[in-house]
Design a protein around this ligand. Structure first.
Ligand code: F6R
Length: 604
């Protein structure tokens, strides 16, 4: 979602900010802009709709000078993507970049309009600068005016303010959306995340909820939500340039798909030792009555898959919910419940709100990819997935690393609850150690998958079917295809086909059946026959045994390496991702930054 940068530097800041904004592109955006304070201490802005290259082009023709600046990539919430709605917003001598939503902006706007403020846009953000200006007009100093304005804002936001005639002052604030301060030598930076600031500094302070920071080149003062001076840790962040580089691949998504054998091996090495699984001791699975799992999108499908594992392996009832539903449903949380929140970014607004609802009611475990994220920090137990920075908007390696950590949790729970013995646990772990090798073999099928994807790309609608633990994967496959190729796709449980979706079947609708030769295979094959009997084109993704027994009459069959049944959802995620990737290439879409999507969804 929106990306923020701010720089009080020693050199011209416009190029530095454009570069920092480039590193925030992965979050998703539809316009971009920067503001600087020039030598005459005046504020100037440049803003452009669309990709960052449009802003860079504009800066070639209309350069901005100055050593202090703020910049922004905007993902539209209030108001269409247009130059006037793009950030920074300015009102008189103050400019702001903002991520989040100001919920009380209408009432603030009415009050300010009644006092004579003329608004240029429909955005909630403009209210922030108008309000700050009204306090400046009352004679307050910039930092006091900012403090008064921020205190009146409701909603979730991260923001950074810059003032005319104040080339050595930035005010940053965080309430609900993440914000990092970067420390340099006689320089200071603000960024939505450490990735934005990676080449500028590795010394980072994360603002906490309600924090406000007064920044000059030589000082960083942070105040907590109660206005008390706060001492926040300066961390040395290791963001290796390789993590934010395509490493020779055409897209980040391709790189991240290819990395999966390595990062899953990494995740395993963090949790699996000798014949056991190392998880924090405070996770007492034997004492649990149930697990509640909450997430959004792809992370939600990881939770749905884990439900099969926890229930079948550990006999633990699991309830899985979409965070945006869970948070307002007021679900009762009984004692002896573990609440698990799964989130790649660790900042998804709905998941975070759901977590806060469960705090104090249940033990909270987070499965995230960002150890410094809000969800990780607000949990009792944090289980990092060790996927490394995921830049492609479509989640790939984070999904399979989430599944890896979740299957380890389920195995640990099964062992702790006496459902599997030491020998069985050791056998499963040995199989898991072989998983990266099998994933490599699956990646070796990429040419065949790409050929199938080119055929799928001609369809307007696609169905994915799966049964048992492959059902969530059918939904994930459909999500991946629609988000990056814009082909309409739905995932169904194979057994549900007859209850409605079969009406859609004709020769124009490819049906992708994800079915390894497991104990449910014959049932899925019956559903597949029902599709073929109606002229449907089946793309069967199966293993060697499945291909031997069921590929007659299919449109195409893709053969995956054999794999122990328990881990098949992890392996079969790869062909689903590659199908989506190659279909998107065939359609010529923007694979890494698909339209309308944001990587880190920090508004509800
Ligand atoms: C799909 C995708 C999204 C995210 C969802 C949750 O490819 O990436 O569906 O999974 O927005 O994001 P996190 O995991 O950051 O909470």
């Amino acid at each position: 979602m929106c990306g923020i940068v701010g720089v009080l530097g020693k050199h011209e800041v416009a190029p530095i900010m454009v570069e920092a904004l480039r590193r925030l592109e992965y979050r998703g955006y539809d316009s971009a802009g920067i503001a600087t304070i020039d030598e005459r201490l005046q504020l100037h802005r440049r803003r452009a709709v669309g990709k960052l290259v449009n802003l860079s082009d504009l800066l070639v023709h209309e350069p901005l000078s100055g050593r202090a600046g703020i910049g922004h990539t905007r993902w539209a919430t209030h108001g269409a993507p247009s130059v006037s709605n793009a950030h920074p917003h300015q009102c008189g001598p103050v400019a702001v970049v903002h991520n989040g939503i100001i919920e009380n902006f209408r009432s603030l706007r009415e009050d300010l309009a009644a006092q004579g403020t003329v608004f240029e846009t429909e955005t909630d953000t403009e209210t922030i600068v108008a309000l700050t200006r009204s306090f400046l007009d009352q004679g307050l100093a910039p930092r006091d005016a900012a403090e008064q304005a921020i205190a009146r804002l409701e909603g979730a936001f991260a923001l950074c303010l810059l003032f005319e005639n104040e080339p050595d002052l930035m005010i940053a604030a965080r309430k609900g959306s993440p914000l990092a301060i970067g420390h340099g030598e006689g320089e200071v930076f603000v960024g939505s995340d450490a990735i934005a600031l990676a080449p500028l500094t590795d010394q980072i302070t994360y603002l906490e909820e309600g924090d406000r920071a007064v920044l000059t080149r030589d000082s960083v003062e942070i105040y907590d939500a109660d206005g008390r001076r706060a001492n926040r840790q300066v961390r040395t962040i290791q963001i290796d340039a390789a993590h934010i580089d395509k490493a020779g691949h055409k897209h980040f998504m391709a790189k991240e798909i290819a990395e999966q054998p390595t990062v899953i091996g990494e995740a395993l090495s963090h949790y699996v030792h000798d014949a056991g699984i190392d998880l924090p001791q405070t996770l007492d699975f034997a004492a649990l009555d149930r697990i509640v799992m909450v997430a959004c999108g792809t992370a939600f499908y990881a939770c749905l898959t884990a439900k099969y594992w926890f229930e079948q392996l550990a006999g633990l009832p699991v309830e899985v919910d979409i965070a945006s539903e869970f948070r307002y449903r007021e679900p009762p949380i009984g004692p002896n419940t573990l609440a698990v929140f799964v989130s790649q970014s660790g900042e998804t607004a709905d998941t975070l709100a759901a977590l806060r609802y469960c705090a104090e009611k249940a033990q909270i475990a987070a499965v995230t990819n960002v150890e410094t994220s809000s969800i990780a920090r607000e949990s009792d137990v944090n289980l990092p997935i060790h996927a490394g920075a995921e830049i492609g908007v479509a989640s790939t390696k984070a999904f399979t690393c989430q599944l890896t950590v979740l299957v380890l949790m389920a195995l640990k729970a099964a062992h702790a609850r006496g459902r599997i013995d030491d020998a069985t646990l050791a056998a499963r772990l040995a199989e898991l150690r072989n998983l990266p090798g099998r994933l490599n073999l699956a990646l070796g099928q990429a040419p065949q998958i790409a050929a199938a994807a080119r055929a799928v790309a001609e369809a307007e609608d696609v169905l994915f079917l799966g049964r048992g633990q492959m059902y969530p994967l059918a939904m994930e496959g459909a999500l991946k295809l629609k988000e990056i190729s814009y082909i309409h796709a739905e995932g169904y449980a194979s057994g549900e086909l007859k209850h409605g979706p079969i009406a859609l079947i004709d020769q124009t609708v490819p049906v992708i059946v994800m079915a390894p030769h497991d104990h449910l295979f014959d049932k899925t094959v019956s559903n597949m026959q029902e599709v073929m009997a109606r002229g449907g084109q089946v793309l069967l993704i199966t293993d060697s045994e499945g291909a031997k027994t069921a590929s007659d009459g299919t449109w195409r069959t893709l053969v995956m390496p054999d794999c122990p049944a328990l881990f098949e959802p992890i392996l079969y995620a790869l062909p689903a991702q590659l199908l989506a990737y190659h279909a998107a290439i065939a359609k010529g879409t923007d694979v890494d930054q698909p339209r309308n999507l944001a990587k880190s969804v920090t508004v509800e």
